[in-house]
Design a protein around this ligand. Sequence first.
Ligand code: FES
Length: 112
Amino acid sequence: MENQSPYYERHIFFCLNQREGGEACCAPHGAQAAFDRCKSQAKAQGLLGAGKVRVNKAGCLDRCAGGPIAVVYPEGVWYSYVDQSDIDEIVESHLRDGVVVERLLTPPTVGR
Ligand code: FES
C-alpha cells in the first residue's frame, strides 16, 4: 500500500458536551464560543481546508474534569483552555506553526 499523506495536516476537536445534574462538563465553560473563535481565527489566517486544518465539534471526550477540553491530532495533544486569548494562541502556535502550547496542556492524569 502506498504511503498517503493525511487529508488534514491537523484536526482539532472541541468537546461541546452538556451534562445534566451538575456533573463536570465543557459546555458551561465557553466551549461553543471557543469553537467559534477557533474556526473564525483559523479561517481568517487561511489555515482551513484539505491538506491544512479542520476544526470540529465533538461530544464528550471523557476528560471532563479538565474541561473545557480540546484535542489536536495527529499529535494527540490535549488542551484545557480558559479564554479567547488561549484559543488564539493554540491557533497561531499549534495549528499554524506546529508548536505545542505547553502552558495549556491538560494534566496527564485528568480523566472524567
Ligand atoms: S464533557 Fe467535555 S470532555 Fe466530557
